[in-house]
Design a protein around this ligand. Sequence first.
Ligand SMILES: [Zn+2]
Ligand SMILES: [Zn+2]
Length: 72
Amino acid sequence: MCGHSEKLAIAFNFIQQPPPSIIQISKNLRICGDCHAATKLITKLRRCEIIIRDANRIHHFSNGECSCQDHF
Ligand SMILES: [Zn+2]
Ligand SMILES: [Zn+2]
């Protein structure tokens, strides 16, 4: 049931020039496993930080890791 809106938001942020080092996204629903894994990968590849506030908690992604330790 995930619309993957966070992926779109992340893609949109990367179009900006200069690219931001920290991206913040708010979600009304819980993040899904697919998006969680994809976001971790992006932070590792792009060396940026991504903060996603979902219905349950705040996920702070940095260098391929998430502050929730994959408990979401
Ligand atoms: Zn998703
Ligand atoms: Zn997380």
